[in-house]
Design a protein around this ligand. Structure first.
Ligand code: CTP
Ligand code: MG
Length: 234
């Protein structure tokens, strides 16, 4: 049984307001994508890596694989318009190997650590699905769709912020999407959301994430990431 790191890098990064997708922005001398892939590559528990990207960035990603001599990268796959379509490209790629453990990671979280990947793999010994998450620090309020009025305040002690990696056995995530895609009301969500909704009998384990494992979302997140990276390297 093998373990695969799936690096999701097919997004356009529209919220940054920049023309280059955020996974190709530079952070301390290398791209955000390279940081993410390297941490998976360095981990002895990861046997194989696939990178999912947009067709127009295929050549660039191939170049990065060569430059870094990433021998564990076995495929560069074409993603889709929605994040779940990019995940599905990787799920389909391993349809011949249903016991494979797949860790899906946002390329845009370059500060994922060895500890997080180790803990995620360990948790996969007890669960068929896991998510890395951290407890909510702020009170979270539900609002109406226009964002003008509050509708409910949730109990903070039960709320967590989801990060990645999210881990699944291939057969679990494949089955969740097989059911989901037949549902006319399926709306795009992350992979854990699909398992929770369509395979409610599957327990999704929580793995402690970290405050550093932030997702580059807005352009100014880059300065925080640079600071966190410099602290890590000190
Ligand atoms: N992603 C992907 N395929 C998509 C959409 C997103 O592989 N169709 C990846 C992104 O490249 C990113 C991760 O999923 O590494 C998390 O998504 P998000 O932060 O939403 O990235 P983008 O969709 O690129 O950004 P935005 O939503 O601001 O456009
Ligand atoms: Mg997005």
């Amino acid at each position: 049984m093998s373990t695969v790191g799936v690096i999701l890098a097919a997004g356009s990064g529209s919220r940054t307001g920049l023309t280059i997708p955020k996974q190709f922005l530079k952070l301390g001398g290398k791209t955000v994508l390279e940081h993410s892939v390297q941490t998976f590559h360095d981990n002895k528990g990861i046997d194989e890596i696939v990178i999912v990207t947009a067709p127009e960035y295929m050549e660039q990603v191939k170049g990065l694989v060569q430059k870094n001599s990433w021998s564990k990268v076995t495929a560069i796959l074409t993603g889709g318009k929605e994040r779940y379509e990019s995940s599905l490209a990787a799920v389909g790629h391993f349809s011949h190997a249903p016991e494979t453990i797949m860790l899906f990671h946002d390329a845009a979280r370059p500060l994922v650590s060895k500890r997080i990947i180790d803990d995620a793999l360990k948790a996969m010994e007890s669960f068929d699905a896991i998510d890395v998450a951290i407890p909510a620090v702020d009170t979270i309020v539900q609002c109406d769709s226009k964002g003008t009025c509050m509708t409910a305040i949730q109990d903070r002690s039960l709320l967590w912020h989801m990060q990645t990696p999210q881990g699944f056995r291939q057969k679990t995530i494949a089955e969740a999407y097989r059911i989901a895609l037949k549902d006319a009301r399926f709306n795009t969500t992350d992979d854990c959301g699909t398992v929770l909704r369509y395979l409610p009998e599957v327990k999704v384990g929580i793995v402690p994430g970290s405050k550093e494992n932030i997702k580059l979302t807005y352009a100014d997140d880059l300065s925080l990431l640079k600071f966190l990276l410099s602290k890590r390297e000190r």
